[in-house]
Design a protein around this ligand. Structure first.
Ligand SMILES: [Zn+2]
Ligand SMILES: [Zn+2]
Length: 245
């Protein structure tokens, strides 16, 4: 490293430290539940996050099914997409809702840890089959630049199941209007048509895949991702999400 680059490097480092100190002073880290300093969610508040007791068919949302597998009546509509959706918690839980909001829209990347812990706790006592690979729902690169990280990827990595998390197979090729902004279900589906491609098919052929996302809204995103993976030859696609809106 030359004198100039090492000087620039050090200056940059000092400046970023100063910036962090100022930010911490202005916006100190406090528990989103009780306000206690220095943690985004303290142990006590984390323990209040509820684990969903009954899993339902993700299509009709009526039938209670094992691990959220698609019920026999709905099977025909999703056999080329997902096999089931396992939901960890309740979206209407105030703390969870707030945490997800801070994670996604206040860009608090560190919240991936307590949220992944919730995912891990939810599947701990389930009979969910161990997948071959884990794939997070991808973001379009434009959206990635805006947020600075992929919230689903961070959850998948922090989940730490000792199973490969693969982030470069399933690619989001179309920039789509964020699903939350679209109320009409048909429009949402249309918005997502062919939005995802599978880059390296040999890595998904005959594989049991666990697809991870933060929140399921209509399920259109998960369906499209699963469809792309199944078309590429995946054996099963199961989804795991924090909550269903
Ligand atoms: Zn707390
Ligand atoms: Zn059903």
């Amino acid at each position: 490293m030359s004198m100039t680059t090492s000087f620039l490097h050090r200056t940059k480092l000092i400046l970023s430290t100063i910036q962090q100190v100022i930010l911490d002073g202005l916006f100190p880290i406090r528990c989103l539940g009780c306000g206690k300093f220095d943690e985004w969610i303290c142990v006590n508040c984390h323990s209040t996050l509820p684990i969903l007791t009954d899993q339902h068919c993700p299509v009709c949302k009526k039938h209670v099914t094992l691990n959220g597998v698609v019920c026999p009546q709905c099977h025909e509509t999703t056999k080329k997409s997902f096999d089931g959706v396992f939901v960890a918690s309740y979206y209407h839980d105030k703390l969870l809702k707030k945490t997800i909001h801070y994670y996604k829209y206040h860009f608090v990347k560190n919240l991936s840890e307590p949220l992944a812990l919730l995912l891990a706790q939810s599947i701990q006592n389930s009979t969910l089959a161990t997948p071959d690979i884990i794939i997070p729902v991808p973001l379009h690169k434009r959206r990635y630049r805006w947020r600075g990280f992929n919230q689903a990827s961070e959850l998948a990595k922090k989940l730490d199941l000792q199973i490969s998390v693969i982030t470069d197979i399933l690619i989001r090729v179309r920039y789509t209007v964020p699903q939350v902004k679209m109320k009409n279900k048909n429009k949402r589906q249309k918005n997502l048509n062919n939005a995802f491609i599978v880059k390296n098919k040999s890595q998904v052929i005959d594989k049991n895949i666990l697809l991870i996302d933060d929140v399921m809204t209509t399920g259109a995103t998960l369906k499209e991702c699963a469809k792309a993976l199944k078309t590429a030859g995946a054996k099963t696609v199961y989804c795991l999400v924090l909550a269903r809106e």
